[in-house]
Design a protein around this ligand. Structure first.
Ligand code: F6P
Length: 486
């Protein structure tokens, strides 16, 4: 059934632009989220007749959906979502848990970030098959809601690995729609991707190929996707005067690339508010007068390679004792996916290694590592301003916005140590100290060289890094995708 007040532009993603917390008295508070998609969608303005379809991810979210039940479809009160039309899907908790934690985060995320290794080996047993069925049901719930909300010929932008089956499901329900899919993660090369059971490897690809246009953050991930289409499905991949298409089962999907940049206007304004200034002076006090600062800010996520980063810092202090007491590593590793045991274990490992480095090198008045595990956006911005060196060393990353944000926010210029496996490397590699993320000694050497960079050279590089980082602001990124859908 198609709704009366349908939308011309639809965005679908697992995590929405707002989340809710339930208080002991049963009341709810809404918190607006950030990120590229939120800023991107703001570019089309309130008159664009848009709706965002997302999942209820917590008790608070489910409460908000019930509160707006009068609407009959789970559309939230626009007062809570900053005027944005949002429809939250209150999916059965067991289905959501299996789809989100089981398939999306423990299987597809692991494949695309090449994380299947001891002790995180995939087990494709009966329980896994049940999770896959849940993933299909969860994708179908999105396809149903989008089919109901979309006006004739509307543009639908489906986001990420959580919703890879949605494009084909939606096309079957509403062939009139223009459907785009955007992948925010890397894409695995075919030999690795084929670790997935054959039907599931094929199912994910044909799901995305249900779109008119499938887009990626870099050419490298787009090429890996088309390689998988050719090797797994036997699809026809055609490159014609720069245009890339995949044809499978009689349908042709255009392949696009849209690098996502930092939101410079927002960051520059936000990073000079009083709460950031306050945290900056606290951080300065903790670091100590005259010391250099190596900053990293990540979700505590296996692909971010935080433990090897700490070991590289330890190596730096070992190989170059002249840095002892003259440098501090400010490492913010914020909570992520705490429902999964591997993430909880990884967080404990990060803490353990940071403690060890501190025990080994600490002297009165100098803590070599300042680790914070509690999320604080204002404190992150303060660290961005303070950084002499930024350490961004993921094993593999779709883009990595921290690498792009720090050169924009820094007060005194920054040297960037950057993994060649981050999408950001393609745009920023030339002015960075590039590392193989597995190579701890090479990362230590890069940190040393980054610390030694002259002020003049650092200022020049920062200027170029900031220009590359802001070349495609989120608003443009979003508009380009819409325009490319036709
Ligand atoms: O990179 C893919 C992505 O969806 C990002 O957009 C985001 O940073 C991350 O994963 C969020 O994961 P989650 O919603 O599980 O916290």
């Amino acid at each position: 059934m198609v709704a009366n007040d349908t939308a011309r532009v639809l965005v679908a993603s697992n995590r929405g632009p707002v989340s809710y917390t339930v208080h002991p008295d049963g009341s709810l508070t809404a918190k607006r989220g950030g990120g590229g998609l939120v800023s991107g969608l703001s570019a089309i303005g309130p008159d664009a007749d848009a709706i965002w379809v997302c999942a209820a991810m917590s008790e608070g979210d489910a409460g908000a959906v019930r509160r707006s039940a009068a609407d009959g479809r789970g559309r939230l009160d626009p007062a809570d979502s900053g005027g944005q039309r949002v429809r939250m899907l209150d999916i059965d908790p067991e289905v959501f848990e299996a789809a989100y934690n089981g398939i999306a985060n423990s299987t597809l995320w692991f494949v695309h970030h090449l994380l299947f290794q001891t002790p995180f080996e995939p087990v494709f047993d009966e329980a896994f098959r049940k999770q896959w069925e849940a993933y299909e049901a969860y994708n179908a719930a999105f396809a149903d809601a989008l089919a109901e909300e979309a006006a004739q010929g509307a543009a639908v932008l489906v986001q990420d690995y959580h919703l890879s089956l949605v494009p084909a499901m939606l096309r079957a329900r509403r062939p009139d729609l223009r459907i785009g899919h955007f992948t925010h993660t890397p894409w695995a090369p075919p030999d690795y991707y084929r670790l997935l059971p054959d039907d599931i490897a094929a199912g994910v690809l044909t799901g995305i190929l249900g779109s008119d246009r499938a887009a990626f953050l870099t050419q490298r991930w787009a090429d890996a996707f088309t390689d998988c289409c050719a090797k797994v499905l036997g699809a026809a991949v055609l490159r014609d005067e720069g245009a890339l298409t995949v044809t499978h089962a009689g349908h042709t999907t255009r392949i696009g690339v849209h690098g996502l940049g930092a939101d410079a206007d927002f960051l520059r304004e936000r990073s000079h508010r009083a709460d950031v200034d306050e945290r900056l002076s606290t951080l300065r006090g903790q670091v100590g007068e005259g010391r250099k600062v190596i900053v990293r800010v990540d979700r505590t996520e296996l692909s971010k390679n935080i433990v090897r980063g700490l070991l590289a810092y330890r190596q730096l202090l070992t190989d170059h004792p002249e840095w002892r007491e003259r440098v501090v590593h400010v490492a913010f590793a914020y909570p992520s996916r705490g429902d999964l045991a591997v993430y909880r274990e990884y967080t404990a490992e990060v803490q353990r290694v940071a403690d060890k480095v501190n025990e080994e090198f600490r002297t009165p008045g100098w803590d070599p590592v300042l680790l914070h595990l509690k999320d604080d956006f204002a404190r992150s911005l303060a660290a961005y301003r303070l950084a002499d060196v930024a350490l961004v060393n993921p094993i593999r990353d779709g883009m990595n916005l921290v690498a792009k944000e720090i050169p924009v926010v820094t007060d005194n210029g920054v040297s960037l140590v950057l993994s060649r496996e981050a999408g950001a490397y393609e745009e920023m590699g030339e002015d960075s100290f590039v590392v193989n993320p597995y190579d701890i000694r090479a990362t230590a050497k890069a940190l040393h060289e980054a610390l030694l960079l002259s002020d003049g050279e650092r200022a020049e590089r920062t200027k170029r890094l900031a220009a590359a980082a802001t070349a495609l602001p989120p608003q443009q990124w979003f508009l380009d995708q819409l325009a490319a859908l036709g």
